[in-house]
Ligand binder design. Structure first.
Ligand code: IMP
Ligand code: MG
Length: 177
């Protein structure tokens, strides 16, 4: 039981089932083409590694990029910086699936999609483990969603608050005081 008043939101078992359900959907859609996975650092690393191991479709490459919209604390700044060493040749002509931890304001979606879209992928879709639709500031459509959750700040399963709690095996939230 983690300290600091953290409350369980999504258990390890629920995470496992959602990841295999997502993998089945993705497998169906990419069965004939295969795909390139692009993991959005750092929060999506654990989700991506679990998803990768569930996928039956052919994964041609695994790439990473960093999108930072949060300084410290829990408020989005609205401007997203993308840092990446992904080579254009890794994306051009490929079917690319972005894998992220949380859909929040949607600014990361816009920035990452624009960044990879400029590299000429055959197709570009967005997968997010969690979705907080109440927080959306831009009108964007995520293609694969694990869980729709209320407007809580969550940690665990790769997700952090000021770099802490990423190692928790389930997803927790801070109840409002
Ligand atoms: P947005 O959709 O551009 O606002 O940003 C989504 C990103 O903000 C996610 O990929 C996370 O890195 C971070 N984020 C948003 N909500 C949370 C949260 O509740 N816990 C941890 N990180 C979050
Ligand atoms: Mg993120």
């Amino acid at each position: 039981m983690p300290a600091d008043g953290l409350t369980l939101l999504i258990s390890q078992g629920e995470l496992r089932s959602a990841v295999s359900e997502l993998a089945r959907q993705i497998d169906r859609d990419y069965a004939s083409t295969g795909l390139v996975l692009v993991c959005v650092l750092k929060g999506a690393t654990i989700f991506t590694s679990d998803l990768l191991r569930e996928l039956q479709a052919s994964v041609h490459r695994l790439e990473f990029l960093r999108a930072s919209s949060y300084g410290s604390g829990t408020e989005s700044s609205g401007s997203v910086r993308v840092e990446s060493s992904v080579a254009e040749g890794a994306i051009a002509g490929r079917h690319v699936l972005i894998v992220d931890d949380i859909a929040d304001t949607g600014h990361t979606f816009v920035a990452v999609t624009k960044f990879l879209g400029a590299m000429g992928p055959a197709s570009l879709r967005y997968c997010t483990l969690l979705d907080k639709p109440d927080r959306r500031e831009v009108d964007v459509q995520y293609d694969y969603v694990g869980f729709t959750i209320p407007n809580h700040f969550v940690v665990g399963y790769g997700m952090d608050m000021d770099e802490r709690y990423r190692g928790l095996p389930a997803v927790y939230y801070f109840p409002n005081p």
